[in-house]
Design a protein around this ligand. Sequence first.
Ligand code: FAD
Length: 528
Amino acid sequence: ANMQKQALRRLKLLEHQILGIKVNNTSSQQKLKDDNGNYQTIDLLYREGRNKLDWFKEKGWGFKDTEFVIDDKTGKVGLTGDRYVFSGKLMPDFRTWAESKIGIDIDKIAVAQKAMDVDPPTFNEEFLDSLDYNFSRISFDDKERMMHSHGHCLQDVFSLRYGKFKRFVDCVIYPGSTKHVQKIVELANENNVVIVPYGGGTNVTQALELPDDETRMIISLDMTRMNKIKWVDRANMTACIESGIIGSDLNRELEKYDVVLGHEPDSLEFSSLGGWISTKASGMKKNEYGNIEDIVQAITIVTPTGTFERYNQCPRVSHGPELNHFILGSEGNLGVITECVLRVREVPEAKVYGSIVFPDFDSGTKFMREVGRSKIWPASIRLVDNLQFQFAVALKPESDSRWQTILDKIKKFYVLKIKGFDQESMCACTLVFEGTKEKTDKQQTFIYKLAKEYHGMKAGPENGIRGYFLTFVIAYLRDFACNHNYIAESFEASVPWDKMDKLCYNVKDRVYASARNKGVQGFVFVSC
Ligand SMILES: Cc1cc2nc3c(=O)[nH]c(=O)nc-3n(C[C@H](O)[C@H](O)[C@H](O)COP(=O)(O)OP(=O)(O)OC[C@H]3O[C@@H](n4cnc5c(N)ncnc54)[C@H](O)[C@@H]3O)c2cc1C
């Protein structure tokens, strides 16, 4: 029996080697229980910097090296690190704007708790003892358990800073293959253990919140070590990809094959393919590439009653219901998605940013309605109201060149004094055009001509770039606000055109009323 066990371990190592990752030989000898009989973390494929705890913030959003801070010397707000266009820069106007317009008191600091008190885990020994190295890593670490017990809505972040979750996962298992997942699901089923799949943990729907009355052992199945592109079929422009891959890694890897996916939710740097499918995600360039449901062609999902996979190369089948549609948006309730076949596209020949300013939100929405009707759609088009426009302007970083500063002043003078736009009512639209040069040229001509009909004015690519940069740092800004006693959250809604005005008005009204009733002090900032 011993020899058989040893042989099995060797085979597992071989399997991991075939999967192409460096194997940590010593840990494969480790037992799940230490000499004192306590369960211990085992990593069969340890690689430095691989663990999310190494680089992701524990009490908030994003990379550890990136945050909005107050610069000691100037007292201005700046962004640390070097990952983003404006990293390492100060935003000279932001502090004054935040203090005067939204009433943040920058000098008031809200100190977060040192560490959350994590409840001890519940173990199902039969399950754990039968696992038999069918994983890449297993962890009982408290911080890792905490990180896998939440998503990223404000309530989650508030608990991370000041409170405690009702229930924590009891251990985190990282499978390395569909076979691992099948074995883990089978054992969990046999031993009455709960599995919660985990991708990037970025959901904003409390999809990872655990019920406090759950007495069974809960496992977080972290899929991020299943992150390989299995094949790319250029003839049919499809690719088979493991579900744990994180968006930005996926983009980088697909580039090597000269193809793109085009699905880019704002959480792209941290969310996973499996998460996108499970939450039916929408990307900022969906006009060109489609939403996730338009991109997915086949899904492999391991369920308690077996593995479902149905893939044929035909782009469409007419008989029978489309089972993929049941899986899309199922938030981990039906099983564990392990891989899928996606439609990929040629790398676009052209990518052009743009922006337009409108005298008021009403003109902007009317313009958007016409773009919708026209079916001539830029890859991405976003309209923001006056408050959000002011917010974006306040976040403008200092310029490296004196000439640029002078030029900016002239532009501002032109827009406000000559064109007569009012800073207190104007709004902006940001654009990305992607495709062949011919197509993007045509789109730009159409869009800017149409904008003129609604008194819009072309405002240049820099504002477009800044607008899209903001989408990547918005959650960092939320954390900055939290540091100064200000809570912030964003909601996304899909709404028919004829209800749009009402929705904007009613949401604002509801938030103001609620804040009033709850005695919230200071200015309540609601923008869309
Ligand atoms: C700053 C920010 C920006 C965002 N921008 C967007 C956006 O532009 N568009 C958008 O649609 N959403 C956006 N979101 C929400 C979120 O990023 C998406 O819902 C994303 O798809 C979640 O993916 P994830 O990998 O983080 O999933 P997780 O949060 O890890 O999981 C979400 C749910 O899916 C399940 N799940 C995860 N992986 C699997 C799997 N392999 N098999 C089965 N079930 C699984 C989990 O159990 C859970 O129920 C944003 C969130 C933040 C914080």
